[in-house]
Design a protein around this ligand. Structure first.
Ligand SMILES: *Cc1c(COP(=O)(O)O)cnc(C)c1O
Length: 347
């Protein structure tokens, strides 16, 4: 049957109403031009999608995922959220805040993933806010299977009579990734409303749910916007495999087919020495974005993503006429856990 609507609609829509969901997030988040940064770099027109302003406890990308994860926890009758992350995890901070908002308890496992930090690293920044939100925490050494550790702790809590809902690291499973499939639809809607388009979307990629959700969302809608993930941790092949795996599982969850691995784009040139260790290019991105646009990036994720965008511009990766959207995933709370290095980088 001919559907006349499809002639006027730019994309097909995804039905998110079939998934449990809890409102946590200011949305749509703004899309803003970055004219001074674009001119400073002599590059294509740059824009910022302000997911650092999702509204919950200083904002960030995990809030969109948590709408669906906490929705599932409530549907299941849980009374407690259990999750895991690195010590300065933004995901843990947003989960702790979401638990308060819906009246649940929260318990978290913090992995000592970043070497050579002083004692203040484990109390300031995001950890301070986790504590303010009343989340209890326990530490783990680096290198364990943290999702397995978290599942085991949740199981022990269940045996004691609690009703925990376990959220994997970064909220990165097909349920959490729905938040970014939803963001893909939001971006398409904003473009349609403004009669604009973007040629590229660039962002930091870590536990993969953000990139996988976006790619799955655009694919499910038949909307052509390539997504370049800038790795903050893993080398190219491992990150591509991980993002592709979750993209496929998210598409399955959406009932929206599958996608080839060569559609997953990752640049691993900005990791530096490893997760949570800022490189000189990380600090350059923090300084430049602050001083050209008055926007704060964080040293673990968004500044490595921006360093990737800056690097790609310098390599003439984009056409001069391209319009490039950078997804600001938040995280500036962690700046205070890197005060020593940030101060040193400014002198
Ligand atoms: C978690 C996080 C990311 C990465 O998102 P993933 O879905 O884990 O890939 C990027 N930026 C910030 C600030 C984050 O906290």
């Amino acid at each position: 049957m001919a559907d006349t609507d499809t002639l006027t609609r730019p994309v097909s829509r995804i039905d998110f109403d079939r998934f449990p969901r809890t409102a946590l997030c200011h949305q749509p988040t703004a899309i803003e031009a970055m004219p001074r940064l674009s001119a400073h770099l002599g590059g294509p027109a740059l824009f910022l999608k302000r997911d650092d302003c999702t509204g919950l406890a200083t904002g960030g990308n995990k809030t969109r995922k948590l709408e669906f994860l906490v929705g599932a926890a409530i549907a299941e009758g849980a009374d407690m959220l259990v999750t895991q992350g690195a010590v300065q995890s933004n995901h843990v901070r947003q989960t702790a805040a979401a638990a308060c908002k819906v009246g649940m308890k929260c318990h978290v496992l913090l992995e000592r993933r970043v070497p050579d930090r002083d004692a203040s690293y484990e109390v300031t920044g995001n950890v301070l806010l986790d504590t303010l939100f009343g989340a209890t925490h326990e530490f783990r050494p680096a290198g364990l299977d943290m999702n397995a550790e978290g599942e085991a702790v949740a199981e022990a809590l269940r045996a004691k009579g609690h009703k925990p809902y376990f959220i994997p690291g970064g909220g990165s499973n097909p349920t959490g990734a729905l938040g970014y499939a939803n963001c893909a639809q939001e971006i398409a809607d904003q473009c349609a409303a403004d009669g604009q388009r973007f040629d590229w979307l660039v962002m930091a990629t870590g536990s993969t749910g953000t990139q996988a959700g976006l790619v799955a969302g655009f694919h499910a809608m038949g909307y052509d916007l390539p997504v370049m993930g800038v790795s903050v941790r893993q080398p190219h092949d491992r990150q591509v495999a991980a993002v592709h795996g979750l993209t496929q599982r998210t598409l399955e969850h959406l009932g929206a087919g599958s996608i080839d691995k060569d559609r997953i784009l990752v640049d691993d040139g900005y990791v530096g020495e490893g997760y949570g260790i800022p490189a000189p290019s990380t600090f350059e991105a923090i300084h430049m974005t602050a001083q050209q646009e008055g926007v704060l990036l964080d040293p673990v994720y968004s500044a490595k993503g921006m360093a990737g965008l800056i690097g790609l511009i310098r390599q003439d990766f984009f056409k001069p006429t391209d319009r490039v959207l950078f997804l600001h995933t938040g995280g500036a709370t962690a700046l205070f856990a890197y005060e020593d290095q940030l101060l040193a980088s400014l002198t």
